[in-house]
Design a binder for this molecule. Structure first.
Ligand SMILES: *Cc1c(COP(=O)(O)O)cnc(C)c1O
Length: 534
């Protein structure tokens, strides 16, 4: 279809990961949103973004002198944004909150509109202060700005939109606003307005764990003003009780997607019983090469050149940056694993360290180095313990394990280019997709991963990476996965790296082939237009 015939999309998300200098993102959700905007611009798709201008950004997380992470937020400048001149109002807790609408095109991205409540006339200027810094009331207020304010901004800007895409459930109040608007303007009943609005909404679900899906009390929603003119009975029909943001997203949408095929199965199992929920299809994530692929490596790949030279260059640059930050000198000739994650228990950051009698040998005898990075959500104390544990491992093996604090896109780029192997060992099926491994694959950094998220679709064991285990879920899963990890590490990964360099290089090329064919943002956006927006 000609691009001019495609429906115009407004893509709503709480966070956008465009660049490390613009900290309005926290992790995978935002990176996905950022890559979609960049791909839309590069491939000329009719898509714009709607988000929030987080004045203090996301947490900058550092390790204190007891080895424990702490959070800081900084007032940000953002002098590259353009003022649209448009302001909208959202009634929160009975008071009008004025929001400015900014425009961002700074990062070779499709236009992103950002709402900002940091104005002198507002009593609470910090509603749009910290991304995920708060919860409950403040979270609802933020979601009202994104959803209700976002729709009003599009209207005030006179931007025509055919499809509203809610990336995860934070924007669902946009659906409430669209329904109420349609009821007011066309004099329709709630049911008729809902049916009309449903034709224009699609929804992407992310978290495959029930507890990770946000819920709110109705009383609180009503008090905050999130009902937005609807009644308790009507809101109940959308989100149930308590009000589940994901259920509301699924019921508001004509179609929904999960972010990998396996995640699609999991999501259908989780949400299949919800009456009135949209069908959930799998559309696997992809990553934008312009952001993530090393240009020298891309050139060597395109010209059938030696991949080792640009790979080692990227590795040396990573090692130099690690030395600059942490004062540890890694060895470029030693096999180096990367593991950078949001710190969550299911990601099992400690699995590779769980048998020190095996792993200690490799780490202490110069056979293996591990670069760790990760942040915990600011309110997640378990996650912070995990960060502290990663840091402890770097103290236990000071010459061969490093922990880089304050994980951001810069560290993500450095590691997914400069490591040799990308380790990923979540407890299946809890990793919805896991895009960092796609960045690695695109750089010939070989994935060594449990069959979760995107990896079952890409992995050809021993050809473009390695699988850990066989996709087993159930009793003794951690022990089984740990044993499989050590077995493949000892019998395949280490011998191939040190004794079969030719094979390694072939695997790097196969990994890049796979990433181009299956896990690029170009493929993903084409799938969105072909399968979700149609
Ligand atoms: C790519 C990226 C992520 C998401 O990767 P996962 O594999 O889902 O963990 C998170 N944070 C940063 C900074 C990234 O660059």
């Amino acid at each position: 279809m000609a691009k001019s015939k495609l429906p115009r999309i407004a893509y709503f998300c709480m966070e956008f990961g465009l660049h490390e200098s613009f900290p309005i993102y926290s992790g995978g959700l935002g990176i996905l949103a950022g890559d979609i905007l960049k791909e839309a611009k590069a491939s000329n798709y009719p898509l714009i973004g709607v988000g929030i201008l987080w004045r203090q950004g996301y947490t900058s997380q550092r390790i204190d002198d007891k080895g424990y992470p702490y959070d800081s937020y900084y007032e940000q400048g953002y002098d590259f944004l353009e003022d649209t001149g448009v302001q909208v109002r959202v009634r929160i807790r009975g008071r009008q909150v004025q929001c400015k609408v900014w425009k961002c095109t700074q990062f070779e991205n499709a236009t992103l509109y950002l709402l900002d409540a940091n104005l002198p006339e507002n009593d609470d200027r910090l509603i749009t202060g910290q991304l995920y810094g708060w919860f409950s009331e403040e979270r609802i207020a933020q979601e009202m700005i994104l959803g209700i304010g976002g729709i009003r901004a599009l209207k005030a800007l006179k931007l025509p939109v055919e499809i509203y895409h809610f990336n995860d459930s934070h924007p669902v109040f946009a659906g409430v606003e669209l329904i109420r608007d349609k009821m007011d303007e066309e004099g329709l009943t709630f049911e008729k307005a809902w049916a009309g609005v449903k034709e224009k909404i699609v929804f992407t679900t992310h978290t495959p764990v029930k507890a990770g899906n946000e819920e709110h009390d109705h009383e609180l929603l009503q008090y905050m003003g999130a009902y937005n003119g609807l009644t308790f009975g009507q809101m109940l029909k959308l989100g149930g009780e308590p009000f589940s943001m994901t259920v509301a997203g699924l019921r508001l949408a004509k179609k929904a997607n999960a972010v990998a095929e396996l995640h699609g199965k999991t999501a259908r199992r989780m949400w299949g019983e919800v009456a009135g929920a949209a069908e959930i299809i799998g559309i696997t994530n992809g990553v934008f090469p312009g952001t993530w692929q090393d240009q020298r490596l891309a050139n060597a790949y395109a010209q059938d050149g030696d991949l080792w030279i640009p790979h080692q260059q990227a590795k040396r640059e990573m090692i130099a940056e690690i030395n600059r930050r942490n004062g540890v000198q890694l060895d470029e000739e030693v096999l180096t694993f990367g593991f950078a994650r949001r710190a969550a228990p299911y990601k099992r950051g400690n699995l590779i360290f769980s048998k020190p009698e095996i792993i200690g040998e490799y780490l202490e005898k110069g056979k293996l180095q591990i670069v760790l990075a990760g942040k915990a959500h600011p309110n997640d104390l378990t996650g912070k313990d995990i960060v502290a544990e990663m840091y402890r491992m770097s103290k236990r093996y000071p010459k061969s394990v490093v922990f880089l604090q304050d994980y951001d896109m810069k560290i993500g780029r450095l590691l997914t280019r400069g490591c040799d192997v990308w380790l990923n060992n979540p407890r299946r099926p809890q990793e919805a997709s896991g895009t960092s491994g796609m960045k690695a694959a695109m750089n010939g950094v070989l994935n060594f991963s449990v069959l979760d998220g995107w990896w079952p679709e890409g992995c050809i064991h021993g050809v473009n990476g390695w699988q850990i285990g066989d996709g087993y879920e159930g009793k003794d899963q951690d022990a089984k996965d740990r044993d499989a990890l050590y077995r493949v590490l000892q019998t395949e990964v280490i011998p191939t790296y040190y004794q079969k360099r030719e094979k390694w290089l072939k695997m790097m090329r196969a990994s890049i082939d796979m990433s181009h064919q299956q896990f690029s943002s170009a493929r993903m956006l084409k799938d969105y237009f072909d399968k979700l927006y149609c």
